[in-house]
Ligand binder design. Sequence first.
Ligand code: ADP
Length: 490
Amino acid sequence: MTLSFSLNNPALWRTQCFVGGLWCDSTTQKTFSVINPANGNLIAQVADAGVSDVQNAISLAVVAQQHWATQTAEARSRILRRWFELVMIHQDDLARILTLEQGKPFAEARAEIAYGASYIEWFSEEAKRIQGDVIAPPSHDKRIITLKQPVGVVAAITPWNFPNAMLARKIAPALAAGCAIVAKPAAETPLSALALAYLADEAGVPAGVINILCGSDAAAIGREFTDHPQVRKLSFTGSTMVGKRLIAQCASSVKKITLELGGNAPFLVFDDADVNAAVEGAIAAKFRNAGQTCVCANRFYIQRDIYDEFVEKFIAASSQFVIGDGFDSATTIGPLISPNAIKKVEALVADAVEKGARIAYQSPIRDVSASGYFYPLQVLTHVPPSAQLVHEEIFAPVAVLFPFDTEADVIRLANASEFGLAAYCYTRDAARQWRIPELLEVGMVGMNTGLISNAMAPFGGIKQSGWGREGSRYGIEDYLNLKYICLSVV
Ligand code: ADP
């Protein structure tokens, strides 16, 4: 069965930028094309913001933020709550827009909308829990008090793999804290961001508090964000390469930065694990969003005496996937985002095969448009450690399975990466369940589970995977300044 594309609420279809509470074209009148990755068809022409649009949005955000920060936490919370409710009411429409521009299966798109909304709900509650301290003073004539205050105007840059959720989890804590935001979604997937902003407006977010600038010149927009003195903070989710560039650019104005960058997640399976559960977790951790998530398992390490059993069961489970158009209800893996994404994975697999890797399984691709950006699911074994895909994020439905011998060996292998975002481990040994997470150099560990991300938990990495955390009670801290008042009581 194929879902035809139509929206229950056509007003969610926005192709202009959202600035100062108004929908507007770019001052240059330029537009850029958004393409459906399942068939290469043009979906929309979207307003292509230039530098003067960015400057205008920041000026309006500065004014709006001053008023927003004076609202009570309760008032901010209520508006965020209303926004959450509207997102859930429009879940199907938002998921349709998401599948159309991003390609993921409709069921996954619906799940992303609920996941993104859960951050708005969470931070609508956290808005009421911004608390300072009264600290024991060094002498009787003093009192030490701390306040938490919004940082001001925040700039956000988000990627195409979770076009709704990555934005929701930046806007929600920013607004909860009393900040205003100017956001640039990825040029591949601007429509989800614009629809989200439409609902925020409907929910009563004041004009100028949320601004969405879509644009094809990411470097120019990013430069304006980082150089502008009135932008107090940058929050970025994307590649480590661009993240490093943005850190350098933020140095000139010493901006606060939150970075969610690339990962290279190891997935460890010990011989005391429940192998069937480990396969299930491995499949969930690898193939969600066609392998295009930063917490996707990138390297599977299986203890040698269960390696053959694991490989066989993993291939059996992998062969159940159906690759196709995300709107086809049978589809469980959609297309990749772009022709470049295909070229990148083809080069990584070719390099591995050239160095001795074997393609132990490759899925068929059925009934899809020849112009879509489809790539088969592949399972690779006998991969040498020198293969590039051991060291880089694969970002495609390609699983790489290695045997290992001892716990010490696998910890060394797992940590032999410049990235440190997520890791997964399957073991039934209780002591090992404590020991392994302490030894892994990452920000997040899934122990006997392949799914780790939720609004209550701190999401983020160490090493070259980033700075700061999103979600949880920690996620709002990056949007707040701590101020200390020394009060004389004589
Ligand atoms: P990906 O490989 O996932 O596309 P990128 O880091 O290239 O990761 O993209 C993530 C986001 O960063 C997107 O919104 C993209 O437009 C933006 N971006 C890309 N290059 C730059 C840049 N030089 N400055 C600012 N933003 C950028």
